[in-house]
Design a protein around this ligand. Structure first.
Ligand code: BT5
Length: 307
């Protein structure tokens, strides 16, 4: 009722329309305030919801299709894998308000403070070969960039393969994991962490991480961003399944910051220095080492100007 009201709603009005006591209304409003909703109570006028607030909970995600929401979780990726093993539907997602063991790639950590950011993992059942799985990360990155650009106008870019940066600082990380049998993929889980409203980072991250709030000055609602992200991800993934990665190549190259820059890539334990000259039809980074072109399909590609 408070959400759809234009201004104040009296406690009596709420009580009458729901057939409950004024005390019950007051108790519920207090509970909602404790959840983080910014509800103003004014004597003789009633209650008013300040819509600027950003609350993420199961209620705010209602209507977004199959999903599970947790206040605190070790890792949304790990939980999404469990749902996948239980045979959940494609695009089922797990979201959390914080992670106690958020994961990056190669055993690294993903800082996941409470109530600030988006931590979401989406289950997919791609009917593709192993060699194409890395492309799921790339199209997920595109969907995230489109979401951020459309909603916030921030100049989000991709650092191949899985980082989204604004003004050179990391704002999103993507971790794609999969489970497979010898000759087929059983499922893939795309985990996406978006720094939305975090303003303080620890010393290790201060120089290289940022958030949408820090870059735009605006506090966005995570639930709205998740809705848009899921919409974009479904759109991009469906096209990807029908037509492959090639159709996204131009779009990807336009926002990929590695191109024409010196990079050091580490792939399968090997260090490769050179200039990133292209992205291939398969989504590989093409590096000119001076001795020829090398394509790498996954790994790291540190920009030389990075520390
Ligand atoms: C990634 O790894 O960038 C993938 C991160 C994926 C996180 C999501 S959150 C939802 C889902 N559930 C999970 O458990 N994970 C996924 P990588 O490229 O390895 O980058 C990790 C590095 O980024 C760390 O070593 C830090 O230097 C840095 N980092 C950690 N937390 C960060 C943060 N919140 N913002 C920016 N950078 C961060």
């Amino acid at each position: 009722m408070l959400k759809s009201a234009d201004g104040y709603v009296s406690g009596q009005e709420i009580a009458d329309s729901l057939g409950v006591s004024r005390t019950a209304v007051w108790k519920t409003v207090t509970a909602l305030k404790n959840e983080g909703y910014n509800i103003i109570s004014t004597k003789n006028r009633g209650y008013k919801l300040n819509t600027e607030g950003d609350v993420l909970n199961a209620r705010e995600l209602l209507g977004l299709g199959g999903h599970a929401f947790y206040e605190r979780l070790t890792s949304t990726n790990d939980m999404a894998k469990r749902f996948a093993l239980d045979g959940c539907k494609e695009f089922f997602f797990v979201a959390a308000n914080s992670q106690t063991a958020g994961k990056g790639r190669l055993g690294r950590e993903w800082e996941s403070p409470h109530n600030k950011n988006i931590y979401i993992s989406v289950v997919l059942y791609p009917d593709i070969g192993f060699e194409s799985v890395a492309q799921i990360t790339l199209i997920s990155g595109l969907a995230v960039v489109k979401t951020i650009r459309d909603m916030t106008k921030a100049d989000a870019k991709i650092k191949w393969p899985n980082d989204v940066l604004i003004n050179g600082k990391k704002v999103v990380g993507i971790l794609t994991e999969m489970q497979a049998e010898v000759n087929r993929i059983l499922f893939a889980v795309v985990g996406i962490g978006i720094n939305v409203n975090q303003t303080v980072f620890d010393d290790e991250l201060k120089e290289k991480a940022t958030s949408i709030l820090l870059e735009s000055g605006i506090k966005y609602k995570r639930s709205e961003m998740i809705a848009k992200l899921m919409q974009m991800l479904k759109e991009y993934y469906k096209i990807f399944c029908e037509k492959g990665f090639g159709v996204f190549l131009d779009e990807y190259k336009k926002i990929c910051i590695n191109l024409d820059r010196e990079v050091t890539a580490v792939s399968k334990g090997q260090r490769i220095n050179g200039i990133a000259v292209d992205i291939s039809e398969n989504g590989e980074l093409v590096i000119d080492t001076g001795d020829g072109l090398v394509n790498i399909s996954s790994g790291e590609a540190t920009l030389r100007t990075d520390s």
